[in-house]
Structures are given as C-alpha cells and as structure tokens.
Ligand binder design. Structure first.
Ligand SMILES: [Fe+2]
Length: 256
C-alpha cells in the first residue's frame, strides 16, 4: 500500500487478509465517525472479521480456479472428439461464439451466458458414441444411420448426468434439436416449453452446420444461410432467437 494513501488521516487500523495459503488483501479502517481513536476492542473485532473475509475470498478464488480447470478440461475433451471426424473441427467453438452473441442480444445476464457457454461446448458430446463411419460418410445417410445420429443428445445427457456442475445444462443438451413448432423434434416439445438454452443452440448450431462443408454437401454462404434460417423462424426456430441472431450478425458485419 502506498504511504500517500494514508496521508491526512488522523488514525488508521490496518489488517492483512491472511488466508490458509496466501494473503489475499488488506483491510484499512480510518478515522472513526465519532472522532475517537481505535481501541483494542476495534483491533479484536477487525481481526475476527478479516479472518472470515480472507477465508471467503480464498474460497471464491479457489472456486474460480476449479471452474477454469473444468472448462479447460472440457475444451480439450471436445477438441479430442472433433479430431476424430473430418468435418467437426472448430464447430463447437463457433457455435459457442454464435450462442453467446445471441444471448448478449437477448439481454441474458452474465451467469446465464456462462452456463450457455458450457452447454454450447458440450452440446454434441454425445456424438462420441456415433460410429465414425456414419459421421464421416460421404453419401446420403440411410434411415438407420440417422437413428444413430439422433441418439446423440440423449447420449450426451447420459455421459454428463453424473457430474453435478453440469446438472443445469442437461436440458439444453437434450433438447437442442427440438423444433419450435414441434413438428420434427426428438421429444415433441414446442415453443417456450423448449428450454431457452436449447432454442439458442438450435439456431447457432444450424447456422454453423449450414455454413460449413459436410462430407455429403458443400457449405452455403452466410447470407443464404441467414435467409434460410429466417424462413424457418416460427417453424424450426424461436422467432425471438432468430431476430437476436440477425441483429448480432449485422453488428459483426458492421465491425468487419
Ligand atoms: Fe447436435
């Protein structure tokens, strides 16, 4: 602490915030309202408060570290999955960027966006159980091959269901292929009964899938894709989400 910070004070009481592993801060009390000097009672009280505050701050920092570690592990896990197919490289990362853009446009708070980010990173983790020859197939998929692919949301949920930190994103994974009008989804949910995370993912996922080359077709332009997604607004996609995505893409186009 710079000595200038204490300049002009009549009396001050300083107490370091000492955690179990390191010092995490310093509490400074200065000039009592009453004008009295600090007594031993104040020192005792400050010591107790500082001890609790140090523990709380240290725990929060540790929690943050654990979360970062968890997120890093997830990213490595997803990357490993993506290297096993010809066409998924970068898909998860791009879907996460689009989903975050939509969420920002929709005014979701930081906590919701953080959960959505993890849900986006993990949304296709169930594809780990889909045979590689199906995922990498060049020609059209047969009916039974589609059945295999359509299992991936539930497989994803099964993989993650034992992990408590992911319990609130499981529905986002399970329902990310639902249709807003309920016509072609895997579970027949409609409208706002589909979790918001899943509705956002549906648009972000479709946009990236259509603007990427696949073994069985070439990619479409961003403009063409957005036009198609807009056409399916209110059918396959939540109109509010589509609108937010349009606004976000416009912003990106203005910046670039
Ligand atoms: Fe998917």
């Amino acid at each position: 602490m710079h000595s200038d910070a204490l300049h002009g004070l009549k009396s001050a009481l300083l107490c370091p915030l000492v955690g179990k592993k390191k010092t995490v801060g310093l509490v400074v009390l200065a000039d009592k309202f009453s004008g009295d000097e600090f007594y031993s009672y104040d020192v005792k009280l400050l010591r107790i408060i500082s001890k609790h505050a140090a523990m709380a701050i240290e725990n929060a920092l540790l929690y943050e570290e654990i979360e970062d570690l968890l997120l890093g592990t997830i990213k490595s896990f997803v990357k490993a999955l993506e290297t096993t197919t010809d066409w998924t490289a970068g898909h998860t990362e791009r879907v996460t960027i689009y989903a975050e853009g939509i969420a920002n446009e929709m005014g979701l708070d930081e906590k919701q966006i953080a959960r959505l980010r993890i849900c986006s990173l993990l949304h296709d983790i169930g594809k780990i159980a889909v045979p590689r020859e199906i995922l990498n197939k060049k020609g059209r998929l047969e009916h039974d091959e589609w059945i295999e692919i359509r299992k991936h949301p539930l497989v994803g949920v099964a993989i993650l269901s034992g992990l408590k930190p992911f319990s609130d994103i499981l529905d986002g994974i399970k329902y990310h292929h639902e249709y807003w009008d309920g016509t072609k989804g895997l579970f027949g949910l409609t409208g706002e009964n589909i979790p918001l995370m899943a509705r956002i993912l549906a648009v972000a996922d479709a946009f990236d899938a259509m603007t990427s080359d696949r073994p069985y077709r070439s990619r479409k332009s961003r403009e063409e894709t957005l036009k198609e997604i807009t056409e399916f607004s209110g059918k396959q996609f939540d109109p509010v989400v589509v609108h937010a995505f349009q606004r976000w893409l416009n912003l990106q186009n203005q910046v670039s």
